[in-house]
Design a protein around this ligand. Sequence first.
Ligand code: ADP
Length: 612
Amino acid sequence: MCRARLTWFETGNRFLKSPNTKKTDIDSEAITVVLKRVIAENGRDHVWGYSVAIFCLVVVAASTAMMAFVMRPIVNGAFYERRAEVMWLICLAIFAAFIARGFAGYFQSVILSKIGNDIIARYQRRLYAHLMTLSVGFFSEARSAQIAARVSQNVSGIRDVMNLVITSTARDFLSFVFLLGNMVYQDPLLSLIFFVIAPPVFLALRHISRRLRAVTREAVVLNSRVLGAMQETIQGISIVKAFTMEPELDRKINKLITAAENRQNRIVRISERNGPLIETVAGFAVAGVFAYAAYRSIYENVPPGAVFSFIVSLLLAYDPARRLAKLQTQLERAVVNARMIYELLDMEPRQRDLPEAKALVVTEARIEFRGVHFAYGDDTVLDDVSFVAEGGQTTALVGPSGAGKSTVINLIPRFYDPKAGSIFIDGQDISHITKQSLRQHLAYVSQQPYLFEGSIRDNIRYGRPDATDAEIEEAARLAYAHDFIMAQSQGYDTPVGENGVTLSGGQRQRLSIARALVRNAPILLLDEATSALDTESEAAVQKALDEAMSGRTVVVIAHRLSTVVRAEKIIVMQNGRVVEEGNHETLAEADNGLYARLNNLQRPAVSGNSRK
Ligand code: ADP
């Protein structure tokens, strides 16, 4: 535990030394691939919505350009030629342009948000459904689990890709082109100035937005490390205090906080850097244009309307230009997120059922391991394991921690498949059986019972969704849970799980036993709890387990001597192999046997495993 905490800080320090900002970079080819896929998957479904939104955006762009355009008749007609009748028309036109812009802006925003929300909801559903099809092995790899957790937030990437593409092309690009067109139309000569100024400004904006992206990414990582550090310190506070780790942790977190603070300051400096730059260039341009207009008006008697229209275009073009300059970095970020979603969605569900897989037919529920080899990675965990768990009997797995007992249990529901050898249930090789039918015949009680969000009744019903309330109550009675359930304020409807009532370890155990009982499956896989239950709880849990075990084929990782003694068969495991097999009497008397030695060490040494 301590080690895990320290590792965290070590990582934090490593990050400080060499910020890894390259990791999520993405080349233009990858952007195109993801872009095409996002558009292909979503464009068609929302073709109408997007069409209306695009129409609205074009209206926004056109009315923006229109405002610049009408400057010329305003200035020339009203101020220069002093024609009142023109004014009315122009004012009306401006009014209309504002109204059109307002409504079009409203509708495009509402439509795009609605489509965006629909995209997010759809991908969340798709992701969740897909995650369920992935094997247990996928989730036990740390990286995959991390991806799975983070990914539901990244769905917004797909929406952002769509919105960015649409708004940037239909609004910003068009506005920019219309305004530019107006500039050239009003004064081709002055437009040359624009073509000189614009590219460097555009490039500067783009550069700044890229720098910003790198620094922002570092800041996000640093901030999450600060939060993580605090959280871990709080969770491990007793260890922190017991080992007097405070000064060391304090020093480390201070370093992180300072780094995060500096990074935030840099973000502000960089993002505000374009302020003075743009103002200087704009000031220069606007002053120059005015000087030029004044000169022409005074000395050449040219009405200044065209120049006004030009200046307004120039000013209005700034916003779309700024957004277009940021487009690439924003698109990259959205694409990185979207790509993560696709990586997960494209992940093949490992261990699909074979095409010819049949449903399991259970008669006696006899389980046989025949020459089973297994490895999670490269290291062999099970080596030629063979044994039989007879139907209707209890088979206890015992042996030191790490011997492979849990792995044996994990192979029966096919959380993993053996690398070699086979497992049979009533003579049927389970690799040729549909996983669904296999698991329907199994019930599982883990060492640490897991309760889901919902009521007590819901939690028991997960054992068999079509169980009636009466069956649930019956199972709860058999599991010695009914009385404490009734003592809760809302009885069976009392909420449990993350936000529910706090139940004791023993009570949670009994609920999970009730869940297994209601399933009424012929095979029970059981990892006995070793956590310190108080004596009363332990007695209740034991009685509940006895109930659950009777008449079933039970494979139990036994931690209690009483379970082992009563088991019809004991499989003693060591280093992934079955080293002894028999019942308590025969094994206890075998000279020099592992079981005899463990037994002599007395309780609870039958199994050295107290983890999980
Ligand atoms: P036991 O239940 O007897 O303590 P396990 O079956 O849990 O033994 O573990 C056997 C070996 O497999 C151990 O060396 C353990 O570290 C390893 N192991 C268990 N689960 C995994 C996993 N998900 N990924 C990689 N190795 C694992």
